[in-house]
Design a protein around this ligand. Structure first.
Ligand code: CA
Length: 361
């Protein structure tokens, strides 16, 4: 895996750099490709960015070097929130991003990113692989000529950083908060002014008071972004993102040009990374939370039950509205809701219960 530094103007010139070779059997499918991966993350950003690098490395290793991938951080080749459009236009072959960013292009994408009060990561993965979720995800993106593959999950997130305590739902009124996606819509109904800004700008916005609060991911990422230096109170649970999916976007044209063996390698590398990073986040989040509290004096706070109840009510409204406005979202939401109900009843008598009663081994 090689990283190269290009500025924005590089796209046109790069188009001619992509080299491919057909297989000797002349099947028309490609046995050797050099692909570019644009990401929505700062360079080598812990978690998201390092996962993109690892996915690129896996693709090279599994293919014995037949798939070469150059990874570009946000802004090096493509701005953070334009990855989908650029992969869609076929200007680069791969993207590493998150579905929550694409509400403008694909409203249903939000349901594959993070659903407020929705399924947890392993429930979500069960839905994707065994409940028809992945087929729906790919169907939703197909008009853009992009194939999404699940390629990571942040695990359950934190509720976010606040520069004042939230003791009642009224305390949310008038708050300016960085919270994208469906969670932002829920907060809007609770009187918050939600804003969506890339990770690179959150710290400054919070520190200068442009925003009063922000959610980002969890302790591991949030500490790396320095958010504990800009706000005192760290709230849980992350009701807005019980599961935070990351995706590998593949240009449909580029994917379809591959030999069957290389297609299997692309799919398998994504499944591997989807699983691996979740383990990483869970392990590192707990350690980082301890450091935040013990070494940085962060004040950990739980959202009061009545605040969560208000947000849960607004969440149901936001999801029903999305389903009513967009046929694809309706189809996805019906499938999501049915599976969540089904698997929830299983997990409540297994993992949920055991986690609560096991104590400390
Ligand atoms: Ca988040």
């Amino acid at each position: 895996m090689r990283r190269r530094n290009f500025l924005y103007g590089g796209l046109g010139a790069l188009a001619s750099c992509s080299q491919t070779e057909e297989s000797p059997q002349s099947t028309g499918s490609l046995e050797q490709v050099k692909w570019r991966m644009g990401t929505s993350w700062p360079p080598n950003f812990p978690g998201h960015g390092t996962s993109a690098n690892r996915l690129a490395q896996r693709l090279e290793e599994l293919s014995g070097g037949r798939i070469e991938v150059s990874v570009f951080a946000a802004g090096e080749l493509v701005p953070a929130l334009e990855i989908l459009d650029v992969v869609s236009r076929g200007q680069i072959e791969l993207g590493h991003s998150a579905p929550i960013y694409w509400r403008g292009q694909i409203p249903a994408a939000q349901l594959f990113g993070s659903v407020p009060f929705g399924m947890l990561p392993n429930e979500f993965n069960s839905w994707l692989y065994f409940g028809g979720g992945l087929e729906l995800w790919q169907e939703a993106y197909s008009p853009l000529g992009v194939i999404p593959f699940p390629a990571g999950n942040t695990g359950s997130q934190m509720g976010g950083w606040f520069n004042r305590e939230i003791n009642s739902a009224e305390d949310l009124n008038g708050l300016k908060m960085r919270i994208p996606g469906l969670g932002g819509e829920v907060m809007r109904r609770a009187g918050v002014l939600p804003v969506s800004i890339p990770v690179g700008e959150i710290y400054t916005a919070l520190q200068t008071g442009t925003i009063d609060a922000t959610e980002w991911v969890g302790p591991y990422n949030d500490m790396a972004a320095g958010l504990h230096e800009a706000a005192e109170y760290y709230y849980y649970p992350g009701w807005q993102e019980p599961s935070g999916a990351l995706e590998c976007l593949v240009s449909m044209e580029a994917y379809n040009s591959l030999s069957e063996e290389l297609k299997v390698i692309v799919r398998t590398a994504c499944i591997a990374e989807n699983d691996y990073i979740l383990s990483e986040f869970n392990a590192r989040n707990q350690r980082a939370l301890k450091t935040l509290i013990e070494e940085h004096g962060v004040q950990l706070r739980r959202f009061p039950d009545d605040v969560l109840e208000v947000l849960r009510g607004f969440s149901a409204e936001v999801l029903e509205n999305l389903a009513a406005e967009d046929p694809m979202s309706s189809k996805v939401y019906e499938s999501y809701k049915a599976f969540a109900t089904e698997i929830g009843s299983w997990l409540r008598i297994t993992e949920g219960l055991i986690t609560n009663i096991r104590g400390t081994p």
